[in-house]
Design a protein around this ligand. Structure first.
Ligand SMILES: [Zn+2]
Length: 399
């Protein structure tokens, strides 16, 4: 599978067919950004001739990517053109997620709207990977069937996992909180090409694709703590693709031993297990964060103190990242978005005290509006982005 954030400039030399593919993407991009719009407006926006746009639109309509909404006033003199829009049916993306305490699946249409979804709370830590994937497949089957009843046709699937991923080899290299290592995934699921990505990366891309900032440190946490770095709107992956292990940034070098072999890592203060221990809570594994949030909302002093300590540790570790990369925004995403009310004060205080690349502004730190849904949505959007970036790619739209 190609990289999820491949840049259009890297598609190679522009043969005539390549040029047509680029123009298909231009027109589809204009429709995606500005629908409803007429062919004349699409021509004006893309700089292509009206005749060229009309010919490209025929192809986009044939592939089920664009529909005509019927006559619409264009604000121009002369015959009103039929307004074009992204098809609410046809090609769609399937997103899948395996979390420590949950499984989820969703289907999004070309405009990125979630059209079918399912999420179940389940403890995945002690189960064989095959059993987890079998249950996930069952969940996906239901969601895909629901989407098909609405006329949608999923053409690709991406799985979000809390761990290190070699997406080129479709392999989960290490997901310690699931007990997975060197797990090679099948190339297809329900007959759809299947890719895999780290959940923090997908959460960050979901925010980006919905109009978020280009330079971002995106934190995603549950059992483990990961971060995604967006630099100029692209994922920064590191030399081997493993960048973003925020959970093992040291907060107190002499602190408690960490499963990674080091001491005083962020996870030992802000990871789910550490927070629950400090809070004196013994909660069932499934949907723990939501339960933790309920205890915090009830004002239990020990829970509030544990979250205060976690927020402080998060802020300390993040200050290092901010000083290093000077992002426009720091976003708290994933399940921990539900804990934002209690984590943010400590995070803000430490960032304000420690960030030195510029005066720290509290507005630069926010909670993801997508929250827990971010990684799943990002996973489903991977397929949609591929279609929008290269609608003429052979075999992209499936059978
Ligand atoms: Zn560690």
């Amino acid at each position: 599978m190609p990289s999820v954030d491949r840049h259009p400039d890297e598609r190679g030399p522009a043969s005539q067919q390549g040029m047509r593919r680029q123009n298909l993407a231009l027109v589809l991009g204009a429709v995606a950004a500005r629908a409803p719009l007429s062919r004349a407006d699409a021509a004006a926006v893309t700089g292509l001739t009206r005749a060229a746009v009309s010919s490209l639109v025929v192809e986009l309509m044939r592939d089920g990517l664009v529909v005509e909404l019927g006559p619409a006033p264009s604000g121009r003199v002369g015959r009103p053109g039929n307004a074009l829009s992204l098809s609410p049916t046809g090609p769609a993306g399937l997103g899948l997620e395996v979390g420590v305490g949950q499984l989820a699946a969703c289907v999004v249409d070309l405009s990125g709207e979630v059209r079918a979804q399912a999420r179940i709370a389940v403890d995945n830590r002690e189960r064989p990977a095959a059993a987890v994937l079998a249950e996930l497949t069952g969940l996906a089957e239901g969601v895909v069937a629901e989407a098909r009843r609405s006329g949608l046709r999923p053409v690709g699937a991406t799985l979000a996992v809390p761990g290190l991923v070699d997406d080129g080899a479709n392999t989960v290299v290490r997901a310690p909180n699931l007990g997975w290592s060197e797990l090679r995934l099948p190339g297809t699921l329900l007959g759809l090409p299947l890719g895999v990505q780290n959940e923090a990366n997908l959460g960050a891309l979901a925010e980006l694709w919905r109009g978020g900032a280009l330079d971002v440190v995106h934190v995603s946490a549950e059992a483990g703590i990961g971060a995604a770095l967006l630099v100029g709107g692209r994922l920064f992956r590191g030399a081997r693709g493993f960048a973003g292990e925020l959970g093992h940034v040291p907060v107190h070098p002499d602190g408690p031993a960490c499963a990674c072999g080091s001491h005083g890592c962020l996870e030992q203060y802000a990871g789910e297990r550490a927070v629950l221990a400090a809070a004196g809570l013994d909660l069932p594994p499934a949907d723990r964060i939501a339960a933790l949030a309920r205890h915090a909302a009830a004002g239990e002093p020990r829970v509030l103190a544990a979250l205060e300590q976690a927020g402080t540790a998060l802020g300390t570790a993040l200050a290092g990242a901010v000083n290093l990369v000077d992002p426009a925004a720091v976003v708290l995403g994933g399940a921990y978005a539900e804990l934002g009310d209690w984590l943010l004060p400590g995070m803000r205080r430490e960032l304000a005290a420690r960030v030195r690349v510029r005066p720290w502004s509290d507005e630069a730190l926010s909670v993801s509006a997508l929250g827990r849904r971010g990684p799943l949505l990002g996973a489903a959007l991977v397929t949609i982005r591929r279609i929008l970036e290269d609608p003429g790619a052979p075999a992209l739209l499936g059978p």
